[in-house]
Design a protein around this ligand. Structure first.
Ligand SMILES: C[S@@+](CC[C@H](N)C(=O)[O-])C[C@H]1O[C@@H](n2cnc3c(N)ncnc32)[C@H](O)[C@@H]1O
Ligand SMILES: *[C@@H]1O[C@H](CO)[C@@H](O)[C@H](O)[C@H]1NC(C)=O
Ligand SMILES: *[C@@H]1O[C@H](CO)[C@@H](O)[C@H](O)[C@H]1NC(C)=O
Ligand SMILES: *[C@@H]1O[C@H](CO)[C@@H](O)[C@H](O)[C@H]1NC(C)=O
Length: 377
């Protein structure tokens, strides 16, 4: 099979590029495009041989694209215009301009790419941008499939429900009359259909009504977590952890201030758990809804710490909470949970905070790899 020429738009730290590798499809990334200096530095570090364009996509001309002569476009446009906590300004948001530019150029390319994959947040499926995208692709003669997928459906203990669209051109007349795969044949099924919660990507972890037990958690929340932890089709968190000798624990422990202030809002998991909430770009700096933290001391029972905690003095409260030895997942561990291979690394001088930021903007490599396989099959 001849290798496909791939255009990677909004390339960030190269999640799409890693997904291509993981998919096993023979490819060559002919250009990766992003304007973020930090992300580009990391991309360059890991893919020194890939042409990386430090440019805004709106500024790229039809002629530039034609010269690249690509067979596939992979893209994850900015999601802020479509998240519920954003204003949902959709196509009125200036951050959607670049996607509209791509859709404007696509029909005019001298050769249409055979394959297109787009990733975005839950919420995109209701946008005018999506409507415009689908309309353009249909008019160009693409066959389309859309999915909502979370990594838990491929056995990874991390929630990150995302919208995906895959499009395949149907140029040659299909002579064997084989039908296009129906959505029910899809490799990956939508795992949840509940509406999006207040966080940007936590629908599976969404708060439900009901009586709070302890730790501001309702019986329903607790039951859902128990169910997730009992789902043996999903791996355990410990399979994604760094060897403990290699983690500078002090660096990742939650500081007393954070413990005292946010204890009730933490999503705490143990190494044996089969769940964690979506890691967002604020991980390590903000607590609420940015990702799970890890309990390192297994001898301490959660309930013994949290029951009646709000009646304790500050000092007692802190003593209790410290017993759990709570720490953040390291950026390497977050990368593991997002399906990045061992070969992925950060240039040494990139601060931890920025590592979390760019990872939070990226995607689950394993999920996208499966979708690429389905797309080209
Ligand atoms: C959701 S992130 C994509 C992350 C990427 N898939 C990854 O694995 O890291 C969106 C990226 O698009 C870039 N971006 C946003 N608007 C852009 C534009 N108009 N032109 C070029 N890049 C843009 C941002 O810098 C950011 O890195
Ligand atoms: C990328 O472009 C930005 C703005 O156009 C510029 O500030 C930055 O120095 C460029 N980075 C590189 C590595 O060329
Ligand atoms: C968003 O789309 C989903 C299906 O994709 C639909 O069930 C839901 O009602 C839509 N929500 C809004 C606010 O339009
Ligand atoms: C790059 O992205 C990070 C978040 O991932 C953001 O904090 C930073 O301001 C961005 N830098 C530029 C130059 O856009």
């Amino acid at each position: 099979m001849e290798s496909l020429r791939v255009l990677e738009l909004y390339s960030g730290i190269g999640g799409m590029h890693y997904a291509l590798k993981e998919s096993g499809v023979p490819v060559q990334v002919v250009a990766a495009i992003d304007i973020n200096t930090t992300a580009n530095e990391i991309y360059k570090h890991n893919f020194p041989d890939t042409p990386l364009w430090n440019k805004t996509i709106e500024g790229i001309t039809l002629n530039d694209f034609n010269k690249l002569s690509f067979d596939m476009i992979l893209m994850s446009p900015p999601c802020q215009p479509f998240t519920r906590i954003g204003l949902q300004r959709d196509i009125a948001d200036p951050r959607t301009k670049s996607l509209l530019h791509i859709l404007d150029l696509l029909p005019r390319l001298s050769r249409l790419p055979r394959f297109i994959l787009l990733e975005n947040v839950k919420g995109f499926e209701n946008s005018s941008a999506r409507e415009h995208l689908v309309k353009t692709l249909m008019e160009c003669g693409y066959t389309i499939q859309e999915f909502m997928v979370s990594p838990t459906s491929v056995g990874i203990p991390n929630s990150r429900l995302r919208y995906y669209l895959i499009a395949k051109i149907s140029t040659e007349k299909i002579s064997d009359a084989s039908p296009h795969p129906a959505e029910s044949d899809s490799l990956v099924e939508p795992s949840v259909s509940s509406p999006l919660g207040p966080g940007t990507c936590l629908p599976e972890e969404e708060k439900h009504g009901g009586e709070a037990l302890y730790k501001l958690e309702t019986a329903k929340d607790a039951q859902r977590k128990i169910n997730q932890n009992n789902d043996l089709s999903v791996k355990q968190i410990q399979d994604f952890m760094e060897p403990q000798m290699e983690v500078n624990m002090e660096h990742y422990l939650l500081p007393p201030k954070t413990l005292l202030r946010y204890a009730m809002l933490l999503d705490i998991v143990r190494p044996t758990c089969r769940r964690s909430v979506c890691f967002t770009k604020g991980y390590g700096r903000y607590v609420e809804g940015t990702g799970s933290v890890l309990q390192c001391c297994m001898e301490t029972e959660m309930e013994s710490v949290f029951r009646g905690l709000d009646q304790c003095s500050e000092e007692e409260k802190l003593q209790r909470l410290l017993k759990l030895k709570l720490r953040y997942f390291t950026p390497r561990e977050v990368a593991n949970l997002m399906g990045f291979p061992k070969s992925f690394s950060f240039p040494e001088h990139i601060p931890t905070k920025h590592q979390y930021k760019v990872l939070g903007n990226s995607l689950n490599v394993v999920v996208v790899a499966k979708l690429i396989q389905q797309l080209v099959s």
